[in-house]
Ligand binder design. Structure first.
Ligand SMILES: NC(=O)c1ccc[n+]([C@@H]2O[C@H](COP(=O)([O-])OP(=O)(O)OC[C@H]3O[C@@H](n4cnc5c(N)ncnc54)[C@H](O)[C@@H]3O)[C@@H](O)[C@H]2O)c1
Length: 256
């Protein structure tokens, strides 16, 4: 039996590597999805691949209050309700700079895109999930939400903040049968990691990758489909008693 049959899901950051993997898996499991991203061209490509029977795209800035509200409303208008939100959009921010050297604008941008966006998703999804009798909100944090790494301070700060946000929402929304959890992936084989590696060691990106791999007992990055499977578990009724917690997909990184 498909695990998201009849579920309507909003996925933010849907045009990115992890968002695309989640969209493919959620649809394969029977979901209808609203794909949200600021990258119109990539969204269009994704819709072409996935077809319009099960997916619709919305170009939006996930840190904008009115635009996020409109994204959630699209799920109701187009598919008749909302059951699952994957608040996944995020940016790496400045990599390779100490906190001391980060600019105010850089710090604010990371907090706005990574944290405010997830809060807005929760804020505007909650009434719609409540109207449906419950639901699941999955927030993409990171291993960097649980441990620190130098030279990525705004990102680490934002990913820690998401855990506090998800825990608070879980406590507040439990009575409405709305579950809220974070997924915490290790570095993913992805565009974002290429950007981070370049920030750490611009002259030789492999050098940064080697150093990062040395911190992961599995000695590899996680694949997007492995992250998507954890997202599916948390989105679906398989995780019916799971709320207010963080779920690692980390190859043992946080164990050492
Ligand atoms: N890639 C990794 O190694 C890794 C590891 C752990 C956690 N994460 C987290 O997973 C999530 C997805 O990352 P990814 O690897 O797919 O990155 P990505 O850069 O491929 O995708 C992120 C997507 O978010 C979109 N986005 C960014 N700002 C936006 C905004 N203001 N409004 C709307 N859309 C916006 C981008 O257009 C992009 O499509 C992020 O929250 C990231 O922090 C990534």
């Amino acid at each position: 039996m498909s695990r998201l049959t009849n579920k309507v899901c909003v996925i933010t950051g849907a045009a990115g590597d992890i968002g695309q993997a989640a969209a493919r898996l959620f649809i394969a499991e029977g979901a209808r999805v609203v794909l949200v991203d600021r990258d119109a061209a990539k969204l269009e490509q994704l819709i072409t691949e996935l077809g319009q029977a099960h997916a619709i795209s919305v170009v939006a800035d996930v840190s904008n209050d009115l635009e996020v509200r409109a994204c959630m409303a699209t799920a109701v208008k187009h598919f008749g309700g909302l059951d699952v939100v994957l608040a996944n959009a995020g940016i790496a921010g400045p990599a390779g700079k100490t906190l001391e050297h980060c600019l105010v604008e850089e710090f604010d941008q990371v907090m706005t895109v990574n944290v405010r966006s997830a809060w807005l998703a929760i804020k505007h999804a909650a009434p719609l999930l409540r109207a449906r009798g419950g639901g699941s909100i999955v927030v993409t944090s990171s291993v960097m939400g649980l441990v620190a790494a130098g030279m990525a301070g705004p990102y680490v700060t934002s990913k820690h903040a998401l855990i506090g946000l998800a825990k608070t929402a879980a406590v507040e929304l439990a009575r409405d049968k709305i579950r809220v959890n974070t997924v915490n992936p290790a570095p993913v084989e992805s565009r974002m990691m290429r950007e981070i590696e370049h920030g750490f060691t611009p002259a030789d990106e492999n050098k940064a990758k080697k150093a990062i791999l040395a911190t992961i007992p599995f000695r590899r990055y996680v694949h997007t489909d492995e992250v998507a499977k954890m997202m599916l578990f948390l989105a679906s009724d398989d995780s019916s008693f799971c709320t207010g917690s963080s779920y690692l997909v980390d190859g043992g990184l946080v164990a050492i």
